[in-house]
Write a protein that binds this ligand. Structure first.
Ligand code: GAL
Length: 791
């Protein structure tokens, strides 16, 4: 997918691709490196260079990134005496070895700009300044050390430290956030740089889906350049999918879509991508002035601000901002009048004509849709059973010979080293006939306390209850009603992690698993037996993992006429043909609980459609005006946080693909279907007062003709043409894209004019003015709204 994603980034007006380097991917075992396939960093950097773009290589090697353990390999945790991210010998040694390794690889391939390559910047550490006070005075010496270590690697290009106000020279301290216009670096010699402009926010299992309106992102970017910014990077421009067990957390979802301009599937998210593309063009029209001088800033009224970049050689560019959250303004600037919508910036590349206003979108919107398609279009009768699925039961409790016994309850990550999400804690306990727990079975509870992230409790082989933490609090405390029998009872607790902590001071010490207490409580008479310090037997991982079931091979798979459904701890397997066409593919995990899925042996990630977000907190529409935060605009409340799981086309063969699932809670795999991501319709709404398309900027000046704003549509895929106009209105149409409706003020000719201009063409542009449509209501500001579809 890299070349296509990089090209789409370039087409969107980007100059630099910023990427983290994931230590745990590249050094999974100490001194055993992996740079193959998807881990081929050199190839990635070269692919960016081939597209003619630059690279910012954020080595870290701590990266945060909603990535497992913040990117640190687990073996680091087991080095005696190690303390992460502070002035600690063993840690610094490992950090230096890895950082030097990456720098050397890049140098060997001549990839630094100083060698003629694409890398113009690298990053050391990541947002340490946000949490460094917790590390006391050692934080300062650690940062000093990191700076001189990085400098000594002699890349010939600058290093940055993001969110590190005290970054020592020559490290450039940079800003991360939703807004960075007010940021200033710690020396006048350092450029003002923004390494992470969050285009949305990440999704957690159990959470609703955050989104950020493009008008606000464009406003933030324009404000940054208005106030002397030089380098601005989107985080994420494309976030994609966290396959396998790469998500951090806990509870980070598998999708890392992020509401980014290029969506999880690699499709353009419109109008986000297009409006930012227009913004980039408008800013670059100002380039000569921007790079030559600092701005002169003046007030045009309360919360109204003008910046002028004017050179001695005649270049002039201006930015006019309205920072009010709810009132539009008309300002006078250099003798002309400008209308500034609330929370917007107008960009004037010649200090006179507006090339773009951040709140006025000329780009079309694309409404996507997922087309459902059965996984099994024709059931292969030679399978000998109707559903085409086979299965393997995962045993409850201890089944592997790596099990061991210890007194007391152990912290999970220390035991599993994250080789698996799963750790069994098993105990066998004798219940005598005269013990109180048997007097009334329904009155006995098993009390379990866990650091997280989720657990399933089995009593005598049967699932008795489950519990899960959430992204705000990973801990689980459960009181599970249990029925015990005379004599020997087995208590099997399956504890699981859902991505290891990736953020915060001492995040590596958070721990996971059932650290107790674990107690049996007889509610009727108050008797309690604490089981915490008994002999527990431990098993890391599942039997199925050891048997290699994820690959689909193994002689254990059974098939028969009665596929077990709604059964906890079960592996499922089927084969399927890829859906026809080229549209991106997802699996729709309807009817399933929680687990992990593999396609042709590649993990497509953890799935958890059973984790539904809370009913509250979402807004039906999101006002882009006013400061954004990650809870401001949420959708999907009361629904599964993630139901669709991306399967890259490149992992699929036309036929004979294998899908394997491990289901923990219980589900019905026959309900799983494909969803291909397609385009439902295109739409756009442009007013008479919108600026002209930025591509036309300057053309009036050369032709001397006054043009009108334009509404443009273009089918996103090759070989498509606009096949129908679902809606067209010139006047004061109501609603938003997908739900437009006419008002009283509506030109009669709109539909036929738009049909005439668009049907049968790949793209079309229509002037938004009364010259084209006549005037349906004099003296009122009008706009053209169109919804169309392509085939
Ligand atoms: C930043 C961090 C990124 C990412 C982001 C949230 O603080 O540097 O790595 O975690 O937050 O998506």
């Amino acid at each position: 997918m890299w070349p296509d994603l990089i090209q789409k980034s370039k087409d969107g007006g980007l100059d630099v691709i910023e990427t983290y380097v994931f230590w745990n991917l590249h050094e999974p075992v100490r001194r055993q490196y992996d740079f193959k396939g998807r881990n081929d960093l050199v190839k990635f950097v070269k692919t960016v260079a081939e597209a003619g773009l630059y690279v910012h290589l954020r080595i870290g090697p701590y990266v945060c990134a909603e990535w497992n353990y913040g990117g640190f390999p687990l073996w680091l945790h087991f080095i005696p005496g190690i303390q992460f991210r502070t002035d600690n010998g063993p840690f610094k040694e490992e950090m230096q070895i890895f950082t030097a390794k990456i720098v050397d690889m890049m140098k060997k391939e001549n990839l630094y700009a100083s060698q003629g390559g694409p890398i113009i910047l690298s990053q050391i550490e990541n947002e340490y300044g946000n949490i460094d006070s917790a590390y006391g005075s050692a934080a300062k010496s650690y940062i000093q050390w990191a700076a001189s270590m990085a400098t000594s690697l002699d890349t010939g290009v600058p290093w940055v430290m993001c969110q590190q106000a005290d970054a020592p020279d020559p490290m450039i301290n940079t800003c991360n956030g939703f807004y960075c216009d007010q940021f200033t670096p710690n020396s006048v010699k350092k450029p003002k740089m923004w390494t992470e402009n969050w285009t949305g926010w990440f999704l957690s299992f159990g959470g609703a889906a955050p989104y950020r309106p493009v008008e606000d992102i464009a406003f933030a970017v324009a404000r940054f350049f208005q106030l002397g910014g030089t380098f601005q990077n989107y985080y994420m421009y494309h976030g994609g999918t966290n396959f396998g067990r790469t998500t951090g957390g806990p509870f980070i979802a598998t999708s890392y879509d992020y509401d980014a301009p290029i969506d999880e599937y690699g499709l353009l998210r419109q109008p986000k991508w297009g409006h930012l593309k227009d913004l980039h063009k408008a800013i670059k029209l100002c380039e000569a002035a921007l790079i030559a001088t600092d701005p002169t800033i003046t007030s045009l009224g309360t919360n109204l601000e003008a910046s002028v970049y004017k050179t001695g050689t005649g270049s002039c560019a201006a930015f006019l901002a309205n920072v009010r959250t709810n009132s539009d303004a008309t300002v006078n600037f250099s003798g002309n009048s400008y209308h500034l919508p609330a929370w917007s910036v107008s960009i004037l590349p010649d200090c006179k004509n507006v090339a773009l206003n951040t709140a006025q979108i000329n780009s079309m919107a694309v409404m996507p849709r997922f087309m459902q398609q059965s996984l099994k279009n024709d059931i292969d009768s030679s399978d000998g059973f109707q559903s085409g699925w086979s299965w393997v039961d995962e045993p409850v409790g201890i089944s592997k010979n790596n099990a061991f016994t210890k007194l007391g309850l152990l912290e999970q990550i220390n035991v599993t080293a994250d080789k698996s999400d799963y750790l069994w804690y098993s105990l066998s306990t004798e219940i005598q006939g005269d013990e109180p727990f048997l007097e009334d079975g329904s009155q006995t509870v098993l009390h379990v306390e866990s650091l997280g992230h989720a657990l399933h409790a089995f009593i005598n082989g049967k699932l008795a209850g489950s519990g899960t933490g959430n992204s705000g609090n990973a801990k689980v405390t459960e009181d599970i009603p249990v029925t015990l029998i005379h004599g020997k009872n087995t208590i099997d607790l399956l504890s699981l992690t859902v991505g290891l902590q990736n953020y915060g001071a001492f995040y590596d010490k958070q721990g996971a698993g059932i650290t107790g207490p674990v107690k049996l409580k007889g509610l009727a008479n108050g008797t309690t037996v604490d089981l915490s310090s008994q002999q527990w037997t431990y098993q890391v991982g599942l039997q199925g993992e050891e048997l290699g079931l994820p690959s689909g091979s193994s002689s254990k798979w059974v098939s028969g006429s009665t596929l077990p459904k709604k059964q906890p701890l079960i592996w499922y397997k089927t084969t399927f043909d890829a859906p026809a066409g080229n549209d991106p593919v997802a699996l729709h995990f309807i009817g399933m609980g929680k687990g992990e899925a593999w396609v042709n042996g590649q993990s497509i990630g953890r799935y958890w459609p059973a984790y539904v977000s809370s009913n509250s907190g979402c807004t039906s529409s999101c006002d882009y005006r006013g400061p954004y935060n990650s809870n401001k605009c949420l959708k999907n409340c009361g629904k599964p946080s993630q139901q669709l799981y991306h399967v890259p086309r490149s992992w699929l063969k036309p036929s004979g693909n294998t899908l394997v699932l491990f289901e923990e809670i219980g589900g019905d795999p026959t309900q799983i279907s494909f969803a291909t991501k397609q385009v439902e319709s295109l739409c756009s709404r442009v007013s008479e007062y919108h600026p002209l398309p930025v591509d036309m900027w300057g053309s009036d000046l050369t032709t001397g003709r006054k043009s009108s704003p334009m509404l443009s549509l273009e089918c996103p895929f090759p070989n498509q043409v606009i096949s129908s106009i679902k809606f067209a209105s010139f006047g004061t149409p109501h609603g938003t894209c997908g739900s437009f409706s006419h008002s009283k003020c509506s030109s009669r000719m709109a539909l036929s004019i738009v049909q005439e201009a668009c049907i049968g063409s790949k793209s079309c542009s229509i002037g938004v003015s009364i010259d084209t449509f006549g005037d349906p209501c004099r003296g009122i500001a009008k706009s053209l709204a169109v919804e169309a579809s392509c085939t």
